[in-house]
Design a protein around this ligand. Structure first.
Ligand code: 9MJ
Length: 681
């Protein structure tokens, strides 16, 4: 048989797989399923193994990694990769703007016409990718800015990086050096660390370290296993590419198939830049990747050239940093808190320090193993982070700053609240107080029960719960509903009005949805999503209480631990008796989520008919493919990327850049519950 038909098949597969990979990894809008992709790739691998001459450098098979190197080569950058000057206040940025205006005086730019791009400043690893006649031939790290390490095999494994520039109306440039930042998304970072922990490998301190460590592998097959991503934001040397502004250059890079951050704004005025910075700060906690500020660049390339460079940084750009999310402070003491399920958690009491505008005086230390692993002692100087809205934590301590007076911490053998002997569970790092009537646990359980996401009893805060338990007024959930004006009037700082408000708030909480009620019970491994999943799958609480572990674990989306915990919870007579008492006290548990799964047939009048909808984040009620099917059946269009044409964005857990983009375009955003509710109207 002649090789020609095989050559043709290989070419077709290479082209089609490249396109599908681009749609999946860059546009996030795949048109074939993973299985079909894998089958096509497998066939191409077979062909290339048999006919190695058909394995072109930009074949999708080249992404799996190459034989290991013994050392990295180095290469000099054609144009140095400079770093950026930092600014920390709006005044710093206005001063940068004034300096530019002054330096460009001869160019006679009126103040309002000097425009900028505003780009999220990614906290990753800077790289440069070289394309000769459209094909990726070299990739290097930034290194010291002049010389970097050659990491071409590693970069090839990053699925978002085009191995060949996409065909566009533009001519293929003879030479294109593209610069950008390799990152690991928060979600990928957590998965990676979890799997390392399971294997007993050291965990990475943050996504940037994980990205750097992954790119520094001599064996690119290891890099291929890491969830690396990239955003590009600039060029080095180019031949055969025309552009006169930073924003034009970014559009060209996007056309060539590179991921360009959707939150980049420009060209805009300096006033709009300052607004964009504030807005970016509000998005930051919800982004699925780490940014540490905004890079502001003069948009016009001609003006950039007139402004020129200093030795280490360009004059035409500045990094407007966000307030630090890490600070060093002293661990004054280590105390032990008892949680809702009896787990003893060591907590560092810190010398108060302001981190990102919030005073931090405590940080969780998780468990005794963690303290041992990080060798944390009372009196140590510690690096503390407050990332997004999570609880502050101790990243590391500085042993070199020890004075010799630091004290080693020991986990207590008895519960610090009820003095019962604690137990260390075999398979867990946790130490637990197993006394179910320990008042610390009871207080935490009640707090959780009445919290915002639970029964949402307004005004029933920590101090009040402490008093209710300490005075013996409440020893179970049901007791809350027997409180009277007289019984609460005697509490500290409880005036007549507050007492009336409290009783009224408790009364109002008596009507509660099943999902909230299940969450409020505080069953192990049962968060909001698992609680909703129960409400969707069981008509009412009695149906759920009757289900055994097998039935629970058969539910799609249900974890094994959750199934066991829920079945276990309802098998304890004390718990079911308590629920009965709650119901007898007049609590009405309604379920409006059930039976909403079976939406059928195209409905002309349905709110989603004819609408363009994007699904993002982790959905728990349906699989994404199921949600898509239901929407299609209703006559909706489901697309992969957010644009002005998008009518709704459905945002599941850890929704990232699409959510941010939808917000910036003012696209209507639905959380999963709203989505399920609308699906059933
Ligand atoms: C980051 N880190 O996101 C630049 N950067 O431009 C962006 N870094 C940069 N631009 C010139 N968006 C030097 C560095």
């Amino acid at each position: 048989m002649t090789i020609d038909p095989i050559r043709e098949e290989a070419r077709t597969l290479q082209k089609e797989l490249t396109e599908h990979s681009y749609r999946y990894h860059v546009l996030d809008d795949p048109v074939i399923d993973d299985h079909t992709y894998d089958r096509m790739l497998k066939r191409l691998v077979e062909i290339e193994e048999q006919y190695p001459e058909l394995s072109v450098p930009d074949s999708p098979t080249r992404r799996v990694g190459a034989p290991p190197l013994s050392v990295f080569d180095t290469a000099e950058h054609s144009i140095p990769m400079l770093s950026l000057d930092n600014g920390f206040t709006a005044d710093d940025i206005l001063a940068f703007h004034q300096r530019n205006l002054k330096a460009l005086e001869k160019a006679a730019i009126p103040a309002g016409r000097l425009l900028y791009t505003a780009e999220p400043k990614l906290d990753g690893v800077a790289v440069e990718l070289t394309y000769e006649k459209g094909v990726l031939t070299l990739a290097t790290t930034r290194g010291d800015g002049r010389t970097g390490e050659v990491i071409t095999d590693n970069i090839r494994t990053v699925e978002q990086v085009p191995l060949r520039l996409r065909q566009t109306d533009r001519p293929v440039p003879d030479l294109l050096e593209v610069r950008g930042e390799v990152i690991i998304h928060q979600s990928g970072f957590e998965l990676l660390n979890r799997s390392r922990l399971n294997k007993g490998d050291a965990v990475f301190a943050n996504p940037r370290n994980a990205a750097a460590g992954s790119l520094r592998q001599l064996d690119s097959r290891i890099t291929a296993q890491r969830p690396l991503a990239i955003f590009v934001y600039g060029v080095g040397l180019t031949r055969g590419l025309d552009f006169t502004s930073q924003s034009q250059m970014l559009s060209a890079l996007k056309d060539f198939g590179f991921p360009v951050n959707p939150l980049i704004r420009g060209p805009i005025s300096i006033e709009a830049v300052l607004e964009a910075y504030k807005y970016l700060g509000t998005l930051r906690p919800d982004l699925d990747y780490e940014i540490d500020g905004m890079v502001i660049k003069v948009d016009d390339i001609g003006l950039q050239q007139q402004l020129g460079e200093k030795t280490k940084s360009p004059r035409w750009a500045i990094a407007y940093k966000f307030p630090a999310s890490e600070k060093t402070t002293r661990i004054n003491d280590i105390i032990v808190q008892v949680g809702r399920t009896g787990t003893l958690t060591p907590v560092a009491e810190l010398e108060p320090v302001s981190i990102g505008g919030v005073t931090v005086s405590r940080a969780t230390l998780h468990n005794a193993d963690e303290i041992k692993r990080k060798d944390i002692r009372i009196g140590d100087q510690a690096l503390v982070t407050r990332a997004g809205d999570v609880i502050p934590k101790v990243v590391k301590i500085f042993p070199s700053q020890r004075k010799g007076t630091e004290a080693v911490f020991h986990m207590p053998d008895i519960c610090p609240v009820c003095n019962t002997r604690v137990r260390r569970l075999e398979e867990e790092a946790a130490v637990k107080c197993i006394n179910a009537s320990c008042s610390a646990q009871l207080k935490e359980r009640i707090r959780h029960f009445v919290s915002k996401k639970g029964l949402d009893v307004d005004g029933l805060g920590k101090k009040l719960v402490d008093q209710l338990v300490d005075k013996g007024l409440v020893s179970s959930f049901a007791d809350l509903f027997t409180l009277t004006l007289e019984s609460v009037a005697g509490l500290d700082r409880m005036g007549n009005k507050s007492a009336a408000n409290l009783i009224q708030a408790i009364e109002a909480a008596k009507k509660v949805s099943m999902a909230r009620f299940i969450f409020a019970l505080g069953i192990d491994h049962t968060g909001e999503n698992a609680a909703r999943l129960m409400a969707v799958n069981f008509k009412d609480l009695d149906a759920l209480m009757a289900a055994d572990e097998l039935a629970l674990s058969a539910i799609h989306g249900m974890g094994d631990k959750t199934a066991r915990a829920i079945a276990g919870f309802f098998s304890v007579p004390e718990n079911t008796i308590n629920i009965e008492k709650i119901r007898l006290a007049g609590v009405d548990i309604t379920n409006d989520l059930y039976q909403e799964v079976g939406v059928e047939g195209p409905k002309e009048s349905h709110v989603f008919a004819g609408k363009t909808i994007v699904l993002t984040g982790t959905l728990t009620v349906f699989k994404r493919s199921e949600a898509k099917e239901k929407l299609l059946a209703l006559g909706a269009k489901v697309t992969g990327s957010v644009s002005k044409k998008t009518d709704f964005l459905v945002a599941g857990e850890s929704a990232g850049s699409k959510l941010a983009k939808a917000e910036s375009l003012k696209v209507k955003i639905l959380d999963e519950i709203q989505f399920v509710e609308m699906l059933n109207t």
